[in-house]
Structure formats: structure tokens, C-alpha cells
Design a protein around this ligand. Structure first.
Ligand code: 5CA
Length: 476
């Protein structure tokens, strides 16, 4: 009898344990899944080393603010670590770039940072590149280099694989760190030695195809920058060491820009992006931009400028992208040749298309800040909302904040919750400095009156509304 009960008891126990395990595995799984919904953070646990004073080494506003907001730290001249706050922004920028590349049929891949010197000897650029190239020797005494760009690498890969005209056209890209041993690295991530670039490469059967690829990238660039809240003006440019006959730089105007540029006033005054018909003829869209005068420093034309009168804008600019058509320069060197339908040989027509991903981190701040700090456009903001608890330890404030924090997370919104004890003024200043698009402030007065204060960082506009109304606005 005893054994019988013992057996039942053990069976019951075992079943309970199994069920409990299953239940806890289930809830673990759920909590893991729900973690994915948003990547919110409590400030008490977040690694965000902000700086109150202006760092003396920073000459321009974006560099100052990136250091002060705990986004980056310098490792050595022109080489930076991206701390969590900066890294979140970098990833957002990268994702917008990726989506717009994918949308025009470019395919993502990843090439190495370290390349063999022989590749560059083949194109003749190993000697031509000069001291900007970081040259490395491996343990077998082989000459290597840290890639400043990837035309050689991609053309070798492509030429090895492509045999027939059916292998054209192709557009490939990667988002990878580059190294250029700049004479004067400065302005933080704006002119770094190590920097993140999106570089795309197109392979076409003829010039008409190459022009189509160029135009696709041209329009993708306009969209990419617009999604980041930037007005990037396509300007006729010099192709420099990349070579080629057709080239545009995409430039945002800012006082701290490194070079002087000139353009027609229309680029600043018209909302020209609204006029892009995504289904329209690409060439017509591109012509509508390139017909208007816009030129970088070394392409400026005094005669044309003289005709523009009041419509001429001369300003300083930051180059956030550069596209090139260079024909067969690299495909000839690497024998990127395929057989055409009639058996004749076709040498691939190429172009390359760069975006300064890490430079954009600084560029966006140059274009969007005020005396209190950064103003992130929502599309690249490290968090959408900053939730400020004015009285940590107060039951009402803690409860209201925890409630909102949970609800916002469930709605998939990234929140940075300032749950630290501290003075209100310090919290407000820090929240303004890091520039999240929305601030929600919870204090004892609001808790008693049933409201929170919601502030729009860009406009400064404040509203006293119920927590539910704030939630509804933020999730709309
Ligand atoms: N191979 C071509 C296009 S894939 C190329 O290298 N183009 S580039 O030299 O113009 O670079 C592309 C973009 O990278 C530039 O428009 C700029 O936004 C960014 N860039 C270039 N040098 C630096 C640097 N030292 N620091 C930060 N960003 C840079």
C-alpha cells in the first residue's frame, strides 16, 4: 500500500516537475521573444558615458556632441570605437542604406578588410595610391594592405565567375570598414582614417546598361539621404584616383563642410524629392537634377556661375556619397570578359558607388542640432523615446513609469528609461543632449493629476496629456 502511494506520489511529482519545466521553458521562450520586440534600455544599466564640458580636442559641433553624448571614443588619430549609443545610430544608418540598395536590386556580400598587394599591382594602383594606403607585411613576408576601397577585389571575384552575357548585368555591394591613412584626420568620424563605407559595384554589357545602373544608384542615393532627413545635393564631381568619366558627389551643405561648393538656389528652396516618380523614367529623373548647376570645388565653372545671378549659392559642403562610372578600367585589367550571344567578347562596363556610412553619423548631427544637443531624425534615432522618472523611489512615479515602459516596449518602440536617482535639471539636460525625438516626463504632480509631459525634441513643443494619450501618439 505504502509503495503504491509512494509510486503515485513520485509519478505526480515527476509530472509536476515536467509541467513546471515546460511552463518555465514556455515563459522563458516568451520573454526571449518579447525581448526582440524592442530594444529598450534602462539608463541605470546603459553604458552611456556622457561628458558635461565641451571636449577641447573637438573643433566642430558633431564631433563635440558625439563625444559628449557618449557615442564614440577615440582610439588613436582618426580611429574610433563606437559605444552603444553611437553603435545604435550607425546600425540604423546602415539599415537605411541597405534597404535602398536592395530595392534597386543590388546584392549584399562581404569582402575582407585586408587585401593582397598583388591585386592592386594588377590594376596599377599599388604604387599610384601613395602614402594613404596602409601597407602590411604578413609573417611570410607577403605584401598586404588594409583596403581603402574594393574595385580590384570585386572585379577579380566577378571576372573569375562570369563567363556569359547572361552573367550581366549584376550589382553587388558591401558595408565594410576601410582604411585611408589621411594626412589630416579630423572632425571626428567625418574624416577618419578607419571608416565605414557602403561600396557598390555594377557590371553591365554596354554603356547604356552602365548608365542605367548609374541612374539607379543616383536615385537610390536621393532616397537614402532623404530618409535620414538630409538634403543631399548631387554635384558634378571629379573622379580622382578612382578614375572614370562620369561622377557625382552627394553633398550636404553645412558651415563646417570641408570644401566649397556651388549650386543653383532651387536645390535649397524646392522640395524636389516630392517630384520623383518612382515609376518614372530614370533618365528623366536624373536629368531633372543634373540639368541644374551644382558643382564641387574642382568642377566649378565661373562662366555658368556668372549667368546665375541671385540664384547662385556658394556654400561649404560635406560629401556623404560619391558615384562613378569608369567603363572598362578595371574589367580590362582583370579580364572581366564574357562571351556575347553571337560569340563575341564583351568587356564589362563598370561603375562604383560609395556612401560614407560612419561619416553620416556626424553629418546628420551637423545638419540637425541646437545649442542643447543633438536632434535625431526619427529614422536614425538610437531610441525613439526618452522616459524620465522625476522621482525615483516614489511609488506613484515608479508605477506610472514601469507601466509606460512596458507598454511602449510591447508596442515595439525603443525607449530609453531614465530610472536613475538624480536632479531633474541634470536629467533634462542629458536627454536634450542625446537628442531622442520624444521625451516623456513623469513626476509627482502629473501622477496626482493623471498626466505626463510629452516634449518634441525638434520643435520644443510640450503637451500635458494622459499616459494613454501619450502611448497612442507614440505608437500611431
Ligand atoms: N570606390 C569609390 C566608391 S565605392 C570610393 O571609394 N569613393 S570615395 O572615395 O568617394 O568614398 C566614398 C565615400 O566615403 C565618400 O563620399 C565619403 O562620404 C566617405 N569617405 C571617404 N573618405 C572618408 C574618410 N576619411 N572618413 C570618413 N568617410 C570617408
Amino acid at each position: 500500500m505504502y509503495t503504491f502511494f509512494l509510486a503515485i506520489a513520485i509519478g505526480y511529482q515527476t509530472r509536476l516537475t515536467v509541467e513546471a519545466k515546460a511552463a518555465s521553458a514556455y515563459s522563458l521562450r516568451n520573454s526571449i521573444l518579447s525581448l526582440k520586440e524592442s530594444s529598450s534600455m534602462r539608463l541605470s544599466r546603459f553604458f552611456m558615458p556622457t561628458i558635461k564640458e565641451n571636449p577641447s580636442e573637438a573643433q566642430i559641433v558633431s564631433h563635440r556632441l558625439m563625444l559628449r553624448a557618449g557615442m564614440i571614443r577615440q582610439s588613436s588619430a582618426g580611429i574610433y570605437s563606437w559605444l552603444p549609443m553611437g553603435h545604435r545610430v550607425l546600425k540604423k544608418i546602415e539599415q537605411i542604406v541597405r534597404e535602398e540598395q536592395d530595392a534597386i536590386g543590388a546584392q549584399e556580400m562581404l569582402m575582407p578588410t585586408i587585401q593582397p598587394a598583388d591585386l592592386w599591382r594588377k590594376s596599377g594602383r599599388y604604387d599610384a595610391y601613395g602614402p594613404e594606403m596602409l601597407r602590411i607585411t604578413d609573417r611570410h613576408d607577403r605584401d598586404m594592405l588594409f583596403g581603402p576601397t574594393n574595385e580590384e577585389q570585386i572585379t577579380e571575384i566577378f571576372s573569375d565567375a562570369a563567363k556569359s552575357y547572361r552573367d550581366l548585368p549584376r550589382m553587388l555591394y558591401h558595408i565594410q570598414w576601410k582604411f585611408r591613412d589621411e594626412v589630416r584626420p579630423r572632425f571626428g568620424v567625418m574624416r577618419g582614417r578607419e571608416f565605414l563605407m557602403k561600396d557598390a559595384y555594377s557590371f553591365d554589357a554596354d554603356f547604356a546598361g552602365a548608365k542605367r545602373s548609374y541612374n539607379k544608384q543616383f536615385v537610390a542615393y536621393l532616397k537614402t539621404y532623404a530618409r535620414m532627413g538630409l538634403t543631399a545635393i548631387p554635384m558634378k564631381a571629379n573622379s580622382g584616383p578612382i578614375g572614370g568619366d562620369m561622377s557625382h558627389e552627394f553633398v550636404i551643405l553645412a558651415e563646417t563642410g570641408e570644401s566649397e561648393v556651388a549650386c543653383h538656389r532651387d536645390f535649397l528652396e524646392n522640395d524636389w524629392l516630392d517630384n520623383i516618380d518612382p515609376e518614372g523614367d530614370l533618365q528623366i529623373i536624373v536629368d531633372s537634377f543634373t540639368d541644374k548647376y551644382a558643382a564641387t570645388d574642382d568642377e566649378r565653372d565661373p562662366e555658368t556661375e556668372a549667368t546665375l545671378g541671385d540664384n547662385l549659392v556658394v556654400a561649404r559642403g560635406i560629401e556623404v556619397g560619391h558615384i562613378f562610372h569608369f567603363g572598362t578600367k578595371y574589367s580590362k585589367a582583370f579580364n572581366a570578359v564574357v562571351t556575347g550571344p553571337d560569340g563575341t567578347e564583351i568587356t564589362a562596363e563598370m561603375g562604383s558607388y560609395g556612401i560614407g556610412v560612419s561619416r553620416l553619423g556626424g553629418g546628420i548631427i551637423e545638419a540637425s542640432h541646437d545649442e542643447n544637443g543633438i536632434i535625431w531624425p526619427e529614422s536614425v534615432a538610437p531610441f525613439k523615446v526618452g522616459l524620465i522618472n522625476l522621482k525615483v523611489g516614489d511609488e506613484g512615479c515608479d508605477g506610472a513609469c514601469e507601466g509606460l515602459y512596458g507598454q511602449l516596449q510591447n508596442a515595439g518602440i525603443d525607449v530609453l528609461y531614465d530610472d536613475r536617482e538624480g536632479r531633474a535639471g541634470v536629467k533634462f539636460a542629458e536627454m536634450d543632449l542625446i537628442g531622442l525625438p520624444w521625451q516623456v516626463v513623469v513626476g509627482p504632480k502629473g501622477v496626482a493629476g493623471g498626466f505626463v509631459e510629452m516634449k518634441n525634441r525638434a520643435t520644443g513643443e510640450r503637451q500635458e496629456i494622459s499616459a494613454d494619450a501619450a502611448l497612442a501618439q507614440l505608437t500611431a
